[in-house]
Design a protein around this ligand. Structure first.
Ligand code: UFG
Length: 336
């Protein structure tokens, strides 16, 4: 889209995936406004070229003013809470930060007449699938409040799009990993739980070992299999979805975002060892509660709908970029 018709609002633009979406939007020439309360994101993750508004998406006065002041024409909504085990012990936090906050944001969008909305959804909306790869029309049976809180937002968007002049895409992410190839952003949150982040922390010495959670899954090598997608490919999918929404104002879509193939925990750790040429210490541990054996995306819908094509479907590259960013973080902490 050569002439950008309006600026876009990115909520959670100081966070991991949101900051990569901001980079992809800027690279494509979109004017961007970021709204983030910095509860888990970082001010430094927002480039200078972007207007930054500090605040919460549930603050309808602030959001309403921001939409009007900047003439926002689309919202990319990343802000939210994302830690699955935390959602089990503190479900109301998830229904507040994800479901209720999204409801407020969507109402502000409808009130201001914002016509396009992109929502950061998750494979956790499926729960434990009957078969893989998972298609979007398979049942949604989330097994934790995190997945339910996101599914409820999808339902709100579906109903709102039927009642108001707003169309939306909900992108159901599989396992997002890696970092900006140019080193401009990456996964920076402390207390990470994601496998590739944990593995690269072990490489830089931040951790002594990586626990392998379960070796008796119904998978070829007994460890859990996931569909790892490079965060920059995912970010590009949002830009393509934005342009599709503008070109197809009467349509909305819920689409999986994955590569359609899986790697086991052992395969991921083997890849990390190959990239660094040094074995990290693996500790075989018990299964983590609620982990499915195998999750891979059927990505045919997104490939049919958008001109988006993965450019970084390469586990070694994902690991290299995650590692490059981890070294940068370690330098920032003064460790190397
Ligand atoms: N794993 C380990 N050791 C670790 C961390 C993870 O063996 O230290 C294993 C897990 O058991 C799983 C795989 O590595 O088999 C991937 O685990 P992650 O924690 O990296 O990711 P999940 O698949 O659990 O979670 C992802 C997203 C969630 C989303 C979920 C959907 O990060 O946001 O998929 O099912 F909810």
């Amino acid at each position: 889209m050569p002439d950008k018709p309006f600026p876009v609002l990115v909520t959670g633009g100081a966070g991991y995936i949101g900051s990569h979406a901001v980079l992809a939007l800027l690279d494509a020439g979109w004017p961007v406004v970021v709204l983030d309360d910095l509860s888990t994101g970082f001010r430094w993750a927002v480039p200078d070229a972007v207007t930054f508004v500090e605040g919460n998406v549930a603050d309808m006065d602030l959001v309403g003013r921001t939409l009007a002041d900047h003439g926002i024409g689309a919202i990319l909504h990343f802000a939210g809470s994302i830690v699955v085990p935390e959602s089990v012990v503190d479900p109301l936090k998830y229904y507040r930060n994800n479901t209720a906050a999204s409801r407020a944001l969507i109402e502000a969008a409808v009130t201001a007449g914002v016509p396009h909305f992109i929502f950061s959804s998750t494979a956790a909306t499926y729960g434990i699938p009957d078969e893989v790869p998972i298609r979007e029309d398979m049942p949604n049976r989330p097994i934790n409040p995190y997945g339910t809180s996101k599914l409820m937002t999808e339902h709100m968007l579906r109903d709102v799009a039927a009642a108001h002049p707003l169309n939306f895409c909900a992108l159901r992410y599989f396992n997002v990993a890696g970092a900006d190839p140019e080193g401009r952003s990456g996964q920076s949150t402390a207390g990470a739980t994601h496998l590739i982040k944990i593995a690269v922390e072990a490489v830089t010495g931040k951790r002594a070992h990586v626990g392998v959670f379960g070796t008796d899954y119904d998978t070829p090598d007994g460890t859990g299999v996931r569909d790892y997608i490079h965060v920059s490919d995912l970010a590009d999918a949002h830009v393509a979805a934005l342009e599709w929404l503008i070109e197809n104002p009467a349509e909305s879509r819920i689409m999986n975002c994955g590569y359609g193939r899986g790697y086991s925990v052992m395969e991921v750790l083997d890849t990390v060892d190959r990239v660094t040429n040094t074995p990290i210490v693996r500790k075989l541990e018990a299964r983590r509660a609620g982990d499915p054996d195998l999750l891979t995306a059927d990505n045919s819908l997104i490939l049919e709908t958008l001109p988006w094509r993965p450019k970084r479907d390469d586990l070694s590259l994902i690991v290299q970029h995650a590692l490059q960013w981890e070294h940068k973080l370690a330098e920032r902490r003064g460790e190397s």
